[in-house]
Design a protein around this ligand. Structure first.
Ligand code: NAP
Length: 402
């Protein structure tokens, strides 16, 4: 941090977003620790309405458009950490990252857009290292559970055998919840960018695209494209759409931790299904959606008439009744089988994401004063302190199963 004593611990930028409004609701009821916070966005009336809905009239609001560099600088000067939910990040996110990197302001976001993270790394990593800004991308359902689940299993492996696990397979056992317009907009934007740019398509298939410069990882990684019965885990599996970002974040963590998981580390993610017919049905449905979305007229039609719009998302009941359960399977060096589990008590993308993002930002603001500047991942930067916070305050538990 470059400032001596910023007014706020955290500012929620994009407080009017679907996920931002859940964060306001969460913080309005949060009394576990004192927090100095404010909200920000581009539309004053919407910010006031969001505050009123949660009896938060006493919380300050700051106006800043994502393209208004001067306003973003003035906002950054007031806080230790900026949380941004202003997405798609590839469309609206760059100026804020630039300002944070230049001013030494810590930053967390929810991006699941690997191509954008790569562009930000190339442009601003050196600046953030120099200014002391700690930048943490993907601090929501993508990719906190994956990153912490792997981290916890690897700590267990190292403690019990003296060596990291050479392979971990993450299988989603339960995922209950819907998608929001903001997430759909981000996904469609990645498809659009990739459609227009063959170089980007090449970049997106590289599992090590986000690894630190000079990394030495060369192992070919598994990329699940179809349904299949998996003998060792004894389950039907199918592609998991978030694998594209989660696997890359996990490999970056390995690089940032100086290859703590090993140079040859293998990691892949898939969803489990109860039956083969379900696995094939979901796989074909996902394939048809991605194929349709790659054609501009169909993409526009889907965005206009079928999919949720920006600002829309799962109902309150869907958030409360939602949950997730992710399992991390591995065989350790001594032959013992181990399973780590990460669970959440709300729908993954919004109810749980809002709590995880808030706690990641509080952890960055309060718990890791000695962390150096640069672009971090949740597990490399926040690891055990974040796991403790998530268990205590966010209904997200990371455990090694017996
Ligand atoms: N990683 C995860 O697990 C995860 C989970 C959920 C969401 N996400 C991502 O998080 C982001 C937010 O999702 P969401 O569904 O909550 O989005 P949303 O409801 O569509 O909200 C977008 C936000 O961006 C703001 N915005 C748009 N253009 C702006 C500009 N020029 N200047 C300032 N603010 C601007 C909007 O302000 P107005 O209200 O004034 O229009 C709104 O606050 C998306 O990128 C989504 O992909 C990730």
């Amino acid at each position: 941090m470059s400032q001596d004593s910023p007014r706020y611990d955290i500012i929620i930028y994009g407080a009017t977003s679907f996920v931002g409004q859940i964060m306001l609701e969460y913080l309005a009821q949060y009394s576990d620790e004192p927090i100095k916070w404010a909200i920000a966005g581009r539309n004053e009336q919407k910010l006031i309405t969001a505050k009123d809905a949660n009896q938060l009239a006493h919380i300050s609001h700051i106006i800043a458009d994502a393209d208004d560099e001067a306003a973003l600088r003035a906002m950054c000067a007031q806080t230790k950490v900026i949380i941004s939910t202003v997405g798609p990040y590839a469309l609206y996110g760059e100026t804020l990252v630039k300002v944070c990197a230049e001013t030494g302001t810590d930053y967390c976001d929810l991006t699941g857009e690997p191509q954008w993270i790569k562009a930000m790394l190339d442009k601003y990593e050196a600046t953030a290292k120099a200014s002391g800004a700690r930048i943490i991308n993907s601090a929501g359902f993508d990719s906190i559970p994956s990153d912490l689940g792997v981290y916890a299993l690897q700590q267990h492996a190292i403690e019990t055998t003296g060596k990291p696990a050479s392979q971990i397979k993450m299988r989603v056992r339960k995922l209950k919840g819907g998608a929001s317009g903001g997430t759909i907009a981000s996904m469609l934007n990645v498809v659009e960018e990739a459609g227009n740019n063959p170089q980007l398509r090449k970049l997106l298939v590289n599992p090590y695209v986000l690894c630190p410069d000079g990394h030495t990882f060369t192992q070919r990684q598994t990329n699940h494209k179809k349904a299949q019965y998996e003998e060792d885990t004894q389950m039907w599996i199918m592609p998991f759409i978030m694998a594209a970002i989660n696997e890359r974040i996990v490999h970056r963590t390995n690089g940032l931790l100086h290859n703590q998981y090993g140079e040859q580390f293998l990691y892949d993610e898939a969803m489990s299904a109860k039956k083969g017919i379900q696995a094939w049905g979901m796989t074909l449905g996902l394939g048809a959606f991605m194929l349709g979305a790659s054609f501009k007229p169909i993409r526009n039609l889907l965005a206009k008439h079928v999919l949720p719009k920006p600002g829309e998302g799962p109902s309150k009941a869907e958030q409360l009744n939602g949950s997730f359960d992710m399992r991390f399977y591995s065989t350790l060096d001594n032959g013992s089988k181990v399973v780590a589990q990460v669970t959440g008590d709300r729908d993954p993308g919004y109810g749980s994401t809002a709590k995880m993002l808030t706690q990641a930002a509080l952890c960055l603001s309060k718990d890791v004063p000695d962390l150096a500047g640069g672009f971090w991942t949740p597990a490399a930067a926040l690891n055990q302190p974040l796991m403790d916070r998530l268990a205590q305050h966010a209904g997200v538990n990371v455990t090694i199963m017996d």
